[in-house]
Design a binder for this molecule. Structure first.
Ligand code: BG6
Length: 500
C-alpha cells in the first residue's frame, strides 16, 4: 500500500458464499493476499469458503492455488502472504438454499477462535435475500457481547426501483442497516476516494465549486472492452442499469455533495444521499429529451473483427438492450441549480477512460475579447482522471510569450504514478478492510440505492414502453451521433475519450 501503514483488522472469519467462483478467485483472494502483504490482516483472519462443489478444506486451497498459478497471478501464488493465508482457509461443500449448511457454518463459528464473522455473497443476486433470511433464522446474524456479524453484497442491487426496495426490505427484515455492506467497487478506487480530498482539502477548488462558477459537469465511464462472454447477464441489464445508478451516481454524489460535518460514515452517507435524492425525476417526455442510447455495430476493434452487439453469444438478435447511454441530469439544490450533469458510459468505445470533467464558466469581459469560440481562451477545466493514468489535470490559460498580448491554453498535469505506487492493488483492499473494521463510509446505504434507482426509473420505463432500438455506433468510436447531438443542443461538446 502507499504512504502509511494501518493496524491489522480485528480477528474474524470471512465466510464466502460462492468460494469457487470467479469473483473469489480473481478478486477476493488476490485482495486478501495484498492485504496480508501490507499487514492489514493478522493471523487471526480465517476464511471459510462455501460452495456446491464436493470436497474438504484441501479442495478449496488446491482449487485457488491452481487458479492463481494458471491465470497470471504466479507472483501472488508464490508469495509468502499466500503461503500463510492458505493455512487458514477451510471449506464447506453444500447447497446454500438448504438449512444444513447454515448449521455447519454455525458449528464452525462456535469453534473458531473469534466469533466475529463477515458473510460475503459472491453469488447470483437472486440468492441475496434468501441467504440473508437463512443466516438470520440460524441466529448467525445475532450480535452479542461485542461480537459482530456483517453481510457484504455485490451489485447488482435490484434491477429497478421496485426490486431494489424489495431487496432492501428483505435484508432489513433480517439484519440491521449497520450490518449491511452494499459494495460498489468504484468506491474502492483511490481516485474516487480522492474526489473528496480534492474538494475539501483545497480552498481554491471548493470555493469555486458551485453554480456561480461551474458551467457544467461531465462524468464518463468509457470502456474499451466489449460485452464478450457476458451476453446473458448484459442483455438483461444494459449500460444504464449496469453502470449508472451505481458507479456513475457514486461519482456524481462525490462531486455534488455538501461538505460533511465529519468524515464518519453516517455524515458522509447523509450528504451523498441528499444529492441522490435531489436528482431531478423526469416525466416520460423529459426523459426522452434528456437521454440517448446506442449499441455497437460490427467492426474492427483491437485488431480483431468484433461482431455487432446483437450477434454476440447469448444476446437476442432483436435485442433492444443498449451498450451505450448518455444522460443530461440536474441536481436540484441551491449549489447546483441550473448546472447540467452530463453522464455517459459504454462498451467497445475508443479507449478505457473514466473521468470527471468540471468545466468552469468563461471569464467575464475583461481586457480579452469575449471568447466562447476562441480556442486560445477556453474555459478552465478540472479533470479528475479516475482510470487509467490516474491523476488530476487543470486546464488554465497563460500569456503566450512574445510582445503581443496573446493567451494560450495549457494543462497542469498530476499523475499518481509519478509520485505513488497504486498500481498493484485490486481496488478491493480498502473495501474489505473497512468491512472488517466496521466502517460503512465506502458502502451504499439503502436510501441512496433507492434514490439512485428512482432517478433512472423514468429512462427504464421510457425504453420499455416505446420499444425503440438503440442507435448504432462503430466499435472504437466515441459513441453514437445522438450523444453528440444531446450535448451539442446546449452548445457544448464531450470531452475527448482517451488521450488526445
Ligand atoms: C461492473 C460492470 O460493475 O463494472 C461491468 O458490471 C463493467 O460491465 C465494470 O465493465 C467496470 O469496472 P471497472 O473497474 O473496470 O471500471
Amino acid at each position: 500500500m502507499t504512504g502509511f501503514t494501518v493496524p491489522p483488522a480485528p480477528p474474524l472469519t470471512l465466510v464466502i458464499f460462492g468460494a469457487t467462483g470467479d469473483l473469489t478467485r480473481r478478486l477476493l483472494m488476490p485482495t486478501l493476499i495484498n492485504m496480508t502483504k501490507a499487514g492489514m490482516l493478522g493471523d487471526d483472519l480465517h476464511v471459510l469458503g462455501v460452495s456446491i462443489e464436493p470436497g474438504g478444506d484441501e479442495f478449496l486451497v488446491k482449487h485457488l492455488d491452481t487458479f492463481l498459478a494458471a491465470n497470471g497471478m504466479e507472483q501472488a501464488q508464490q508469495s509468502d502472504a499466500w503461503q500463510r493465508l492458505k493455512t487458514r482457509i477451510s471449506y464447506i461443500s453444500g447447497d446454500f438454499t438448504q438449512g444444513a449448511i447454515y448449521q455447519e457454518i454455525s458449528r464452525r463459528l462456535q469453534h473458531a477462535s473469534s466469533a466475529n464473522a463477515a458473510f460475503y455473497f459472491a453469488v447470483q443476486p437472486r440468492f441475496f435475500g434468501d441467504i440473508t433470511s437463512r443466516l438470520a433464522e440460524h441466529g448467525l446474524l445475532d450480535e452479542t457481547a461485542g461480537v459482530f456479524r456483517r453481510i457484504a453484497i455485490e451489485k447488482p442491487f435490484g434491477h429497478d426501483l421496485a426490486s431494489a426496495q424489495m431487496l432492501n426490505a428483505t435484508l432489513l427484515h433480517s439484519a440491521d442497516e449497520s450490518q449491511v455492506y452494499r459494495i460498489d467497487h468504484f468506491l474502492g478506487k483511490e481516485t474516487v476516494q480522492n474526489i473528496m480530498t480534492t474538494r475539501f482539502a483545497n480552498m481554491m477548488i471548493e470555493a469555486l465549486w458551485n453554480n456561480n462558477y461551474v458551467d457544467h459537469v461531465q462524468i464518463t465511464a468509457a470502456e474499451f472492452v466489449d460485452v464478450g462472454t457476458r451476453g446473458k447477464f448484459y442483455d438483461a441489464t444494459g449500460a444504464l442499469r449496469d453502470m449508472v445508478p451505481n458507479h456513475l451516481f457514486q461519482l456524481l454524489a462525490m462531486v455534488a455533495m455538501e461538505p460533511p460535518n465529519s468524515f464518519d460514515a453516517e455524515s458522509v452517507r447523509n450528504e451523498k444521499g441528499k444529492v441522490l435524492k435531489a436528482l431531478r425525476h423526469y416525466s416520460q417526455e423529459e426523459a426522452a429529451k434528456n437521454a440517448v442510447r446506442g449499441a455497437y455495430t460490427a467492426g474492427p476493434l483491437d485488431g480483431k473483427d468484433l461482431p455487432a452487439y446483437t450477434e454476440t453469444k447469448d444476446v437476442a438478435p432483436d435485442s433492444n438492450t443498449e451498450t451505450y447511454v448518455a444522460l443530461k441530469l440536474y441536481v436540484d439544490t441551491w449549489r447546483w441549480a441550473g448546472v447540467p450533469f452530463y453522464l455517459r458510459t459504454g462498451k467497445a468505445l475508443r479507449a478505457r477512460d473514466t473521468e470527471v470533467v468540471i468545466t468552469f464558466r468563461q471569464v467575464p469581459f475583461a481586457q480579452f475579447p469575449r471568447a466562447p469560440s476562441r480556442p486560445d481562451l477556453p474555459p478552465n477545466k478540472l479533470i479528475i482522471q479516475v482510470q487509467p493514468n490516474e491523476g488530476l489535470q487543470m486546464g488554465i490559460s497563460i500569456k503566450s510569450p512574445g510582445l503581443v498580448l496573446k493567451t494560450a491554453p495549457i494543462e497542469l498535469d498530476f499523475r499518481y504514478a509519478d509520485h505513488f505506487d497504486i498500481g498493484h492493488q485490486t481496488g478491493y483492499e480498502s473495501l474489505l478492510y473497512e468491512l472488517f473494521l466496521g466502517d460503512q463510509t465506502l458502502f451504499q446505504r439503502a436510501d441512496s440505492i433507492e434514490a439512485g434507482w428512482a432517478a433512472v426509473q423514468p429512462f427504464i420505463d421510457l425504453w420499455a414502453a416505446d420499444g425503440s432500438k438503440p442507435d448504432p455506433y462503430a466499435p472504437g468510436s466515441m459513441g453514437p451521433a445522438c450523444a453528440d447531438e444531446l450535448i451539442g443542443r446546449d452548445g457544448r461538446v464531450w470531452h475527448q475519450i482517451g488521450d488526445d
